[in-house]
Write a protein that binds this ligand. Sequence first.
Ligand SMILES: *Cc1c(COP(=O)(O)O)cnc(C)c1O
Length: 400
Amino acid sequence: MNTQDYIKLENEYGATNYKPLDVVLTRGRGVWVWDVEGNRYLDCLSAYSAVNQGHCHPRIAAVMREQAEKLTLTSRAFRNDQLGPFYGELCELTHSHTALPMNSGAEAVESCIKAVRKWGYQAKKVPDGQAEIIVCENNFHGRTVTIVGFSTEPQYRNGYAPFTPGFKIIPFGDAQALEKAITSNTVAFLVEPIQGEAGVIVPPAGYLKEVRRICTQHDVILMTDEIQTGLGRTGRLLDEEYEGIEADLTVIGKALSGGFYPVSAVLSNKEVLGVFQPGDHGSTFGGNPLACAVARMALRVLVEEGMVENSARMGEYLMVQLRRISSPYIKEIRGRGLLVGMELHKEAGGARRFCQALMGEGLLCKETHENVIRFAPPLIIQQDDIDWALERIERVLTTL
Ligand SMILES: *Cc1c(COP(=O)(O)O)cnc(C)c1O
């Protein structure tokens, strides 16, 4: 079968909720992936930062194979010998008190929403059914009905009503707006340190620190969604480290498994997760031994192989070099670590055609919103690969 055969099959039988680039991948190793025709590409998306450790990392693959032959799923009705060590290593690494393992990112965000509501009623004595959670414009926290209900992106929410009430939306990057929006019923504020899906929007310096101060002062739980920014993507283990703050709840996912398996977790620095009593919340696959074994190794290689530091170093290099490209299409280069957005002027005719052209040059990138190209390669990328990419990016941006 060739590329067109695979595409035809997908189009014939698949639900139509995606419009991928017409490349059919069959193999990946490190920063590179290969299509069914044998063409090689540099992956500049890393599965939305789920493959931070690089494709098919051999140490994670080995653990996955090993664990798959030993024990995969027990449900939480019984204990397993991977969960305790996973908790210990995860909490020590992230300086958390407690963790709650789930599967997808959206599930972990939903778990946070449940936890802070319960916390609000029990600890803050908010009248039953009145808990409010504040979120930001242009947020992305996943695709469940509750989560898209507080999205401001029409395409994410249109047609899916009725939605879960209890959310208030304020502008991103505006700490004063948060302070103004808080009432005695506010239980939590949910925010991404950098809005990835919105187009790599970096808030003003000091924003998170100010948000932390406001939340503490008003007894509001600060929840950060680090599903995309976390685990080294922006050059620190968690992006919040840049502002020297600790959120009360932090959600991680994606790279927590190195892209092998859906694993997410809620990290808690406060007694928020303590509101859950046995039976209050659960997941059949959450915390299963296969997921725990894979996540333990995914965290281990991230740290032991210096990927976080490499992300900071290579991200800086990439950003500086991208800024040197002289193209009338480029409006702004922004980001942190290896989460970099290139915003194009409206006149450029949309980012999609540039992504298409980059694919022709051997670079897989994805547009986010109309006019932003995101560059987020695996965190193991080396300078010669970045130079290889830059040559092609410059060619496309100056000749298309
Ligand atoms: C990807 C992502 C999610 C959703 O994760 P899923 O695993 O797709 O449910 C939530 N928040 C952010 C910031 C993300 O990047």
